[in-house]
Design a protein around this ligand. Structure first.
Ligand code: SAM
Length: 223
C-alpha cells in the first residue's frame, strides 16, 4: 500500500496537513534534543521527512532510516541533499537489523500505528536505543474522551474530506481510508504510554500538536 502511494506521498502530506506536518516534525526533533556526534534512527521513515528534518535541526548528528517500503525509500534517496547521507535499512520495526543500544535516540512519525505487532515493534525500539536515550513518537491517536476528542469540524475533515482528497490525488482510495480508520482504531496516547513502559521506556510525556488527534510523545529508555 505504501509503495503505491509513494509518487504523491510528500505532496499529499503537505496538502492534507495544510503544511503543518513540517512544523510538527521540527517540534518532534527539538523535543528529542539531538546533540552533535549522536546517532539517531528514524523508524517507519518512509520518504525521509523526519530524517531530513533531523539533519536540518541538528546537522552534527548522524541520521539513519528504517522502513519496509522500497518505493518510499527510493523517494528518500532522490531527495537527500548530495552533501548529506542517510543510511537506509529496508526493515520492519518488529525486526530491526541493528545491535542493542546502538542509537542515542529513535524517532517514529506516523508509523507506530502501522506496526503489524505494536508490542514487538516498541520492544525493538527499546532494544536499539542506549539506556538514557530518547524515543520520540508523532502519531494520530483517538482521544481518550470522545471518538476523536476533537472539534466536530476536525472529525469531519479527517473522516470525510481527507480520504476523498487523498484518493483523488493518489489514485489509491484504500490508503487514505486506511489513515482515517487506523487512526480511529489505534491506541489512545494514554494506552500507548502503558505499552511504552512495558517495552522498557520511562518518563513518558506527551502533548497535543493538533487538538484531539496529532500527539507528540517523548520517552526515555530505562528507569
Ligand atoms: C504514514 S507513513 C509515515 C512515513 C514517515 N515517517 C513520515 O512521517 O512521512 C507510514 C510508514 O510506515 C511504514 N511501515 C508500514 N509497516 C511498518 C512496519 N511494520 N514497521 C515499520 N514501518 C512500517 C510504511 O512503509 C510507511 O513508510
Amino acid at each position: 500500500m505504501f509503495d503505491r502511494i509513494a509518487p504523491t506521498y510528500d505532496l499529499l502530506n503537505r496538502l492534507l496537513s495544510f503544511g503543518f506536518d513540517r512544523r510538527w516534525r521540527a517540534s518532534a526533533i527539538r523535543a528529542g534534543e539531538p546533540r552533535p556526534g549522536q546517532r539517531w534512527l528514524d523508524v517507519a521513515a518512509g520518504s525521509g521527512d523526519m530524517a531530513i528534518a533531523g539533519l536540518r535541526e541538528q546537522p552534527g548528528a548522524r541520521w539513519f532510516a528504517a522502513d519496509p517500503s522500497r518505493e518510499l525509500f527510493a523517494v528518500l534517496g532522490k531527495r537527500t541533499p548530495p552533501d548529506l547521507s542517510v543510511p537506509r535499512a529496508l526493515a520492519r520495526a518488529e525486526a530491526l537489523p541493528f545491535r542493542d543500544a546502538s542509537f542515542d535516540g529513535v524517532t517514529v512519525a506516523f508509523g507506530v500505528r502501522n506496526f503489524a505487532d505494536t508490542a514487538a515493534g516498541l520492544g525493538e525500539l527499546a532494544r536499539v536505543v542506549r539506556p538514557g536515550g530518547r524515543l520520540i513518537v508523532l502519531e494520530f491517536h483517538p482521544s481518550a474522551r470522545g471518538r476523536w476528542g476533537a472539534h466536530p469540524l476536525v472529525t469531519f475533515y479527517l473522516e470525510r474530506v481527507l480520504p476523498r482528497v487523498g484518493a483523488l490525488v493518489s489514485g489509491a482510495p484504500r490508503a487514505y481510508r486506511y489513515l482515517a480508520d487506523s487512526s480511529r482504531g489505534f491506541l489512545t496516547v494514554e494506552r500507548m504510554a502503558v505499552e511504552l513502559k512495558r517495552a522498557g521506556f520511562s518518563r513518558v510525556q506527551w502533548r497535543p500538536l493538533f487538538p484531539g488527534s496529532v500527539m507528540l510523545t517523548r520517552a526515555v529508555k530505562g528507569g
